[in-house]
Design a protein around this ligand. Structure first.
Ligand code: ADP
Ligand code: ZN
Ligand code: ZN
Length: 745
């Protein structure tokens, strides 16, 4: 057996591993993450390095390979733990080890951290007085200036020393004589800029208290060898966040550290402040707006123990805390917890692995738990807790479902049903706020010719172009842009136009039908700019608009107490996506959207407009009944064999050469049969064209495999991966695996 060992754990050197032989007596003790002593270089000096992977064959001539000397005992440094997390990711999601390592170990920016220097007088006044005498004789004015100043202050910031006109070389000379000490410290960039903090004064109610106690007891006892996985299912506003804060407080008092994952979009000033008010500068955050350097700094602060709580999106799971006690995943059902690029890991699963490995606990929280998580809670893999009431006195919204087919039959050709129209007018009159939600972006859907039916498509991708209000057609996959033609390029007809509904169209309709209404629009186009998102939300929150129109972005995050009406313009759009999770996503979106109405003292109402009012997830969402939704959904997943009832692996093959790709995909399908897993246990679907069969002139095919056992899918993956690597023509194509994908390839 051989091991790859890295000696320098900086991001840039991660792929510079060295091969070592594992001596027989150590074979059972060496695995990725273990710190070992190895002979290194010409002199075979013994140094330390981390094992990153194991293999049965060596990278080069076996007789030249040195042997691992020994294991560094009694230490599993945090680096080692992160390496074993990388190994878990590599094994379970299909990626190269280097890629997994680079995901886990943060990038150190080449620009160094900011340092501050202090000059300190060494504690020996006698020798200082001697020195002063000596320098007076020599007329060494600069040295004297510094020594006199230090005799008075003992310790000075470099900025002050600079003001005396003393150069660094002078200070260094004194340091060499042992008279002073120059201390250099990194100043970590702190991303939280806080002002006026109200004191924290929440006392948990009985329901919350019971959950907090019960979870904490479990964490303390570690009956499963770690703190367990706990799912809190609590309606929006039921006070989950307060429960987290209470448990965090107890965990900190035990000297442990905490990671809090929040979907990026909900990672707002408001949320962070709630933690900050309770825990002050024990808290830090990371998010995608931080530079690599700032991010690195936050991770360093965590490693040094300067902070105890890290809040951030998916990648905060890699925070190098040395004494991790708890990982919280808020809104655990969110799709963003799954990485969309390789390695396609799911933060929930990575968190559970890390917790098990480091003796920590995991808390998942959601108003609409992922079907996967609820399934595991019901089967006893997770512990389940319910919060059924809103913490404050507000009551859940009244929900109306409107059948849009009947509206059309009545002759209503506008975007708004009579019910919604009537309620919009009512709220505008009462000066209360309204949110209108549509599940799609852009001015309109696809552009096509009404004479000949030609659809305007991207020349590089297999998707339609979308019309934007600058009169450009844009491809959302590759960014291709072209001016909207006046006439059909096919038949020259002038009846070429956009179909469908989008946020811009809704905004136009609102302006036309309710001319006094002040509107704000939030979608991909208006939030491109830095802070665009926060700006729109704060404008709305300050009452600068009556109506906020947007995509799913508006249903998450902020609380607007003055919003008493939520209109869901077209509830069906997410139902028809070719994805087994589309009902789940629809239910989650609708429930969250409804949750936006009536957060304050005023009672809220929500209107769901739909063409399929008989659809189960729409009915369940209108009643805000998670159990009803779950029961019908799990039945569907059982009958049609979808996760969580089975595991699903997607294999994506891509190539510029269409013919080669056809051949390859058939070959890969045949390989599945040779992998050693009994094909009777597998259900193989495909190969088929991917949802988008071409992006940027690269063709894409997919094969799906279902199996009851996840680990058998991993065997199939390992076999194919291995075969693919050795294949002669593998440069012409690429292969990617995705387990239980959140969306189709
Ligand atoms: P969730 O995270 O479940 O959506 P939050 O924790 O945000 O719910 O709670 C909703 C609101 O109720 C917040 O303003 C919160 O401060 C308040 N709240 C929660 N629990 C209590 C409590 N025990 N006493 C007073 N206010 C509470
Ligand atoms: Zn035409
Ligand atoms: Zn394109």
């Amino acid at each position: 057996m051989y091991a790859k060992v890295i000696v320098d754990i900086s991001h840039e050197k991660l792929d510079k591993g060295f091969d070592y032989r594992i001596p027989a007596h150590l074979e059972n003790e060496i695995y990725p993450g273990v710190l070992v002593n190895i002979p290194f270089g010409k002199g075979n000096r013994i140094i330390q390095g981390y094992v990153t992977s194991l293999s049965e064959t060596a990278g080069y001539e076996a007789d030249k390979i040195k042997e691992i000397d020994s294991i560094v005992k009694n230490s599993i440094p945090i680096e080692g733990r992160l390496i074993s997390l990388a190994w878990f990711i590599k094994e379970n999601y299909g990626s190269a080890m280097n890629q997994a390592l680079k995901t886990v170990i943060p990038i150190k920016e080449t620009k160094k951290s900011v340092y501050t220097k202090r000059v300190i007088l060494v504690d020996d006044i006698v020798s200082v007085d001697d020195a002063i005498e000596k320098y007076e004789r020599k007329h060494a004015t600069a040295r004297l200036k510094l020594l006199y100043a230090l005799k008075e202050n003992k310790e000075m910031d470099w900025s002050l020393v600079g003001k005396l006109g003393v150069s660094l070389s002078v200070a260094k000379a004194l340091e060499n004589e042992g008279l002073v000490e120059i201390k250099e410290e990194a100043v970590y960039r702190n991303p939280i800029k806080y002002t006026d903090l109200k004191p924290y004064d929440i006392k948990l109610n009985k329901e919350q208290e019971k959950i907090s106690k019960s979870i904490f007891t479990y964490i303390e006892n570690k009956s499963q060898g770690f703190g367990g996985v706990h799912l809190i299912h609590g309606i929006t506003g039921s006070g989950k966040t307060e429960v987290y804060i209470d448990i965090i407080d107890k965990v900190i008092k035990k000297g442990k550290e905490i990671i809090v994952l929040i979907p990026e979009i909900a990672l707002t000033y408001q949320t962070v402040m709630r933690f900050y008010r309770k825990f002050g500068d024990k808290v830090s955050i990371i998010n995608s707006k931080l530079s690599a350097g700032e991010r690195f700094d936050q991770f360093e602060r965590a490693k040094n123990g300067d902070i105890k709580i890290m809040i951030g999106p998916r990648s905060a799971i890699f925070t190098p805390f040395r004494n991790l006690g708890l990982i919280i995943i808020d809104e655990e059902h969110e799709g963003t917890y799954k990485s969309e690029t390789a390695p396609r890991y799911h933060a929930r699963e990575a968190a559970i692995f890390r917790a098990q490995n480091e003796g920590a606990a995991v808390i998942l929280g959601s108003a609409t738990p992922a079907v996967d998580s609820y399934y595991k809670a019901l089967t006893g893999e997770y512990n389940l807790y319910e919060l059924k009431n809103r913490a404050k006195t507000s009551i859940p919204a009244d929900v109306h479902v409107v059948d849009m087919r009947q509206e059309l039959a009545k002759g209503n050709r506008t975007m708004f049903s009579d019910k919604l129209d009537q309620l919009i007018k009512d709220r505008l009159e009462k000066k209360q706020q309204i949110m209108l939600f549509i599940n799609r972006r852009g001015y309109a859907g696809f552009v096509s010719c009404r004479e000949c039916g030609k659809a305007m498509k991207c020349p590089h991708c297999d998707v339609g172009l979308t019309l934007h209000n600058n009169n450009k057609l844009i491809c959302h996959y590759c960014g291709y842009e072209v001016a909207m033609p006046k006439n059909c390029p096919e038949c020259n007809s002038k009846y070429i136009a956009a179909f469908g509904t989008g946020t811009q169209k809704v905004e136009e309709a609102v302006k036309k039908m309710y001319p006094t209404a002040r509107t704000l629009r939030m979608d991909m186009d208006t939030t491109n700019k830095k802070d665009g998102y926060e700006k729109i939300l704060s404008q709305f929150s300050n009452g600068e608009a009556d109506v906020l129109i947007g995509t799913q972005m508006i249903v998450k995050g902020h609380d607007f107490p003055n919003v008493t009406l939520v209109g869901i313009i077209a509830a069906d759009l997410s139902l028809y996506a070719s994805d087994y999770r589309s009902s789940e996503k629809t239910f989650q979106l609708l429930t969250q959207a409804e949750g936006r109405a009536g957060r304050g003292k005023l009672r809220g109402e929500a209107v769901i407009q739909t063409y399929s009012p008989e659809n189960g997830s729409i009915i369940a969402a209108s009643k805000q009944d998670y159990t009803e939704f779950y029961n019908q959904e799990i039945l569907y997943r059982t009958i049609s064999e979808y996760p969580p009832v089975v595991s699903l692996m997607a294999i994506q093959l891509t190539s510029k050469d269409e013919k080669f790709l056809d051949k390859l995909s058939i070959m890969v399908k045949q390989m599945i049969g040779k992998s050693g897993v009994d094909t009777k246990e597998l259900r193989i679907i495909g190969p088929a064209n991917a949802n988008v069969s071409r992006i940027n002139d690269v063709y894409r095919k997919v094969i799906y495999i279902k199996c009851k056992e996840y680990k058998k899918l991993i065997w199939v993956k390992d076999y194919i991966e291995n075969y693919f690597e050795k294949m002669e023509e593998n440069k012409k194509a690429s292969i990617q695996f995705d387990f239980n994908p959140m969306s189709g390839f």
